[in-house]
Design a binder for this molecule. Structure first.
Ligand code: SAH
Length: 221
C-alpha cells in the first residue's frame, strides 16, 4: 500500500480477477451482487507492490503492522451473510487494508469503519482516497466501543475475533439488523450471524470455522 501514484488495473489483472470470481462462485458464493463487487474492486490496489502477483489467489496476505488482508472467500462470505441493501448504514470493525470496506461500498452500503492501529489507519485512509473510495468514513479508535454517535447501524461486520460477544456493538445494532462476526479464541473460532430481534433480544446462527486475528482492546499509537 506504500504507493506514490494511482495503481494500474490492466487486462491481466482483470483476467486474474475473473478467475478468482469463478473460484468464489465454485466455493459457494451465490450472491451475484457480491461477485460483481469483487469485479469492481481491484484487490491488488490494497497490497504492497511485492504481493501484487498474489493478489488474485484465494489467500490472506500481509498488510504490515502484523495484520493481514482477509482471504477473498472470507470477505465474500461475510459480505453475502450481511445481505447488503443499497443505502444500508454499515459499521466495520478492523479496517485493515480497507478492502472489505470497499467491497461493502461497491455493494451500495454507507460504510463507517474503525481501526485501532494508527500506522495502518493512516496508510489506509490515504490509500482509499487515492484509489477512489473517499466516501468511506474511517475512525481511529477501539472497535469494542463502536460509534455511539452514529448508531444505530443496520449491519455490523467484525473482521477480528473477540473472545466474548461485543455487547456495546449489539446495543448499536438496529432492531432487525444483522451482525456478522468471527467469535472465539485462536484455537476455536466460528463465523456467527447475530440478528437483533428486539431492543433487548437477539438470535445467533453459527456458520463455518473461522481464522481471524484477535480483536484487541484500546488504540495502538
Ligand atoms: N477488514 C480488513 C482485514 C482486517 S485484519 C481488510 O479488509 O483488510 C483485522 C484488523 O482488525 C487489523 O487491522 C487489526 O488491527 C484490527 N483490530 C483488532 N482489534 C480491533 C479493535 N478493537 N478495534 C478496531 N480494529 C481492531
Amino acid at each position: 500500500m506504500n504507493r506514490n501514484s494511482t495503481p494500474i488495473d490492466d487486462y491481466r489483472h482483470r483476467g486474474l480477477r475473473r478467475k478468482l470470481i469463478k473460484e468464489l462462485a465454485d466455493k459457494g458464493i451465490y450472491s451475484q451482487a457480491v461477485l460483481d463487487a469483487f469485479n469492481q474492486v481491484p484487490r491488488h490496489f490494497f497490497l504492497d507492490k511485492a504481493f501484487e502477483e498474489l493478489a488474485y489467489q484465494d489467500r490472506p496476505l500481509p498488510i504490515g503492522c502484523a495484520q493481514t488482508i482477509s482471504q477473498p472467500y472470507t470477505v465474500a462470505l461475510q459480505s453475502q451473510l450481511l445481505d447488503i441493501k443499497k443505502g444500508d448504514k454499515v459499521l466495520e470493525i478492523g479496517t485493515g487494508s480497507g478492502f472489505q470496506a470497499s467491497i461493502l461500498c461497491a455493494l451500495g452500503a454507507r460504510v463507517y469503519t474503525i481501526e485501532r492501529q494508527e500506522a495502518l489507519f493512516r496508510k489506509t485512509v490515504k490509500n482509499l482516497k487515492q484509489i477512489g473510495f473517499p466516501q468511506i468514513r474511517c475512525y481511529l479508535s477501539d472497535g469494542f466501543e463502536g460509534l455511539p454517535i452514529h448508531a444505530p447501524f443496520k449491519k455490523i461486520i467484525v473482521t477480528a475475533a473477540p473472545k466474548e460477544l461485543p455487547v456495546k456493538l449489539i446495543d448499536q445494532l438496529a432492531v432487525g439488523g444483522i451482525m456478522v462476526l468471527p467469535w472465539g479464541d485462536q484455537k476455536n473460532q466460528k463465523m456467527v450471524v447475530l440478528t437483533k430481534t428486539s431492543p433487548t433480544t437477539y438470535k445467533l446462527s453459527e456458520k463455518d470455522d473461522a481464522y481471524f486475528v484477535p480483536m484487541l482492546e484500546g488504540v495502538n499509537k
